[in-house]
Ligand binder design. Structure first.
Ligand SMILES: [Zn+2]
Ligand SMILES: [Zn+2]
Length: 259
């Protein structure tokens, strides 16, 4: 299986990256989509080390809503920076994570929206999928996605935590949905229902490492090997086995990110 969203180029993994990758391989994880912040020079440099150490790794580059404020004066510059990074990065397959985060509101909402919009425009021009981060911003997220002309963008709602109605909207708009370790939490009952309703050909699984460690590892640094727990939790909910979930998500990953 594949970890469709992790931050392996983050400084949290700088000291023991090869061990982390070895554990992932031993657990049967053949690859990952590694998220890189376009404006983070150090992370971008480390990403080259990740792809050379792990041939199955692909990259997604974007300006996260948390850092959108850096482009308040010129939102188009965010997309220009992403485009320049993509051009120098053969392993890049997607734009993201991009979107809106009204939970933390680290950047003004109008700036988040403008930076999101510019990067959607870039994704359409380059015909690349997007990795969407959205938190407490459902209406604005779908409104902005709907502004694009027919035929795009495509991509994934990562670390989905919405309800069934929101999942329906995302699926109807043509997007994939990726579930993270939150689905392993016993009290995430609405997310359990979401896990049962996503068609197998639209489902992805992720760790969002180093964040969101699943049961039984809660509170520790997360890593790609633990995506197995996500697959197992989803399989249990759907009455199938983890191999079925893992294989489907692997196929979807290949189709979406063409690794
Ligand atoms: Zn995110
Ligand atoms: Zn993330």
């Amino acid at each position: 299986m594949i970890d469709s969203h992790c931050h392996l180029a983050g400084e949290e993994f700088a000291a023991d990256l090869s061990d982390v990758i070895a554990r992932a391989s031993a657990a049967g994880i053949s690859g990952a989509l590694v998220i890189v912040g376009a404006e983070d020079e150090e992370e971008y440099q480390r990403a080259a080390g990740v792809t050379s150490a792990w041939p199955g790794a692909r990259l997604s580059i974007g300006v996260h809503p948390h850092t959108a404020g850096q482009f308040a004066d010129d939102p188009a510059a965010a997309a220009q920076l992403v485009e320049a990074r993509l051009a120098g990065t053969p392993a890049a397959r997607a734009i993201g994570e991009i979107g809106l985060d009204y939970h933390y509101d680290f950047a003004p909402r109008d700036v988040q929206q403008a930076v999101f919009r510019e990067q959607i425009g870039l994704a359409r021009r380059l015909n690349l999928p997007i990795v969407i981060h959205t938190r407490e911003a459902e209406e604005d997220t779908f409104r902005i996605l709907a502004e694009a002309p027919a035929g795009g963008p495509r991509g994934v709602f990562h670390c989905f935590t919405g309800d069934r109605a929101m999942a329906r909207r995302a699926l109807d708009a043509g997007f994939h949905i990726s579930l993270a370790g939150i689905v392993t939490f016993p009290r995430a009952t609405e997310l359990h229902e979401v896990a049962k309703m996503i068609p197998l050909d639209r489902l992805l699984i992720e760790t969002d490492s180093p964040f969101l460690a699943p049961v039984p590892h809660r509170g520790t640094r997360n890593e790609p090997a633990r995506v197995v727990h996500v697959a197992e939790a989803i399989a249990l909910l759907r009455g199938t086995n983890a191999e079925v979930v893992g294989e489907a998500s692997h196929e979807n990953f290949t189709q979406l990110f063409n690794p």
